[in-house]
Design a protein. Structure first.
Ligand code: HEC
Ligand code: HEC
Length: 286
């Protein structure tokens, strides 16, 4: 009120008018996600119409987590400088253009995202993010170590190898299925779902009191993907122990070879009689 009186008194009517328009404008549109989008985003983004200044946002909610999206939209620059891998990547891709921080509330951001999602659902591009999209060799190796019992589960529980085999893993159990190719039918999401609440009685019993951690499940899924897609990291199966094995084998072979050679070398070259005959010759000369 003080401000109002001040503005009227000073005859700043044009400012007052501006103020009224701004507040009215926001009130009138804040419920309507489509108009928020048109007003604050459409200048740089389309939904299904291709790249503008920024990327086409169709299907973005299938590509990114909603937390991520809210952070990015609120202040993309500070999110990018926080070092988030995906944010940095998209920032790089659009090197010269900077998305300004949103001037809308979280609620409005979420309604805009819902609006974008409603458009995306109709498109052919609709696809959820691959659960294992960011899995690295390190995940695979950790998964392998859990699978084989080289590392313990945080909450206890038997190693998968007690019941399952994976080709190359050595001495796996035979109670249950060989899992080398299981990723191909189950995919990452399927393995995750299964391990989060094992559905097979034997497994349910083994893990009912030993729920696996999310990261453990992730690592195991990454490992099973690597065996099914033949993308096992080269150092996974500890080549050292193999080379030790080969070394032992080779030195064994060498030892035997020397033994046989020695046997052949020191074999009797002449008959026993020959020696006696030589001795007799010597005595006759005396
Ligand atoms: C002035 C132009 C501009 C405006 C306005 C703008 N953006 Fe952006 N946006 C960009 C650019 C450019 C990028 C690419 C990344 C970067 O350089 O920051 C981007 C990236 C994004 C991304 C990341 C896309 C991806 O593939 O990860 C999302 C999500 C996004 N914008 C949503 C919005 C929403 C929602 C609004 C409206 C509230 C909005 N943007 C307003 C320019 C803009
Ligand atoms: C106590 C024994 C046991 C243990 C331990 C066990 N499983 Fe199983 N698992 C089973 C049985 C039984 C099945 C049922 C499928 C079959 O063998 O025919 C199964 C099924 C599966 C399947 C589905 C296979 C398919 O293609 O249908 C996956 C994947 C799997 N287990 C992963 C794991 C992983 C990863 C671990 C280690 C965290 C583990 N299991 C530990 C017994 C076990």
């Amino acid at each position: 009120m003080v401000l109002l009186k001040f503005l009227i008194k000073r005859n700043y009517n044009y400012l007052l008018l501006g103020l009224i328009i701004v507040t009215f404008h926001q009130n009138a549109f804040c419920q309507d996600a489509e108009s928020i989008f048109k007003k604050s985003c459409a200048s740089c983004h389309s939904i299904g119409g291709g790249k503008l200044i920024g990327p086409d946002l169709q299907g973005i909610t299938y590509k990114r987590e909603s937390d991520w999206l809210v952070k990015f939209i609120k202040n993309s620059q500070s999110f990018i400088s926080s070092g988030d891998v995906d944010a940095v990547a998209i920032g790089k891709e659009y090197n010269n253009s900077i998305m300004p921080p949103a001037t809308i509330s979280d609620v409005e951001i979420n309604s805009v995202l819902a609006f974008i999602e409603s458009k995306g659902a109709a498109g052919p591009k609709k696809k959820k993010v691959d659960y294992l999209l960011k899995a690295t060799d390190e995940n695979v190796i950790k998964g392998y170590r859990l699978f084989t019992g080289k590392d313990q589960f945080i909450n206890g529980g038997s190693a998968c190898i007690a019941c399952h085999n994976v080709t190359n893993v050595g001495n796996g159990g035979w109670l249950a299925k060989d899992l080398t190719m299981s990723y191909n039918t189950m995919k990452g999401e399927g393995i995750k779902a299964l391990l989060s609440s094992p559905a097979f009685p034997a497994m349910t019993n083994a893990y009912s009191n030993n729920i696996m951690e999310e990261t453990e499940i992730y690592n195991l899924a990454a490992y099973l993907r690597s065996t099914a897609t033949f993308k096992v990291p080269s150092n996974l199966y500890e080549p050292k122990s193999y080379s030790k094995f080969y070394f032992l084998g080779f030195s064994g072979f060498l030892f035997l070879a020397i033994l046989f050679f020695a046997g052949w070398f020191f074999r009797k070259k002449q008959s026993v009689n020959h020696e006696i005959f030589k001795r007799q010759l010597r005595t006759e000369k005396k």
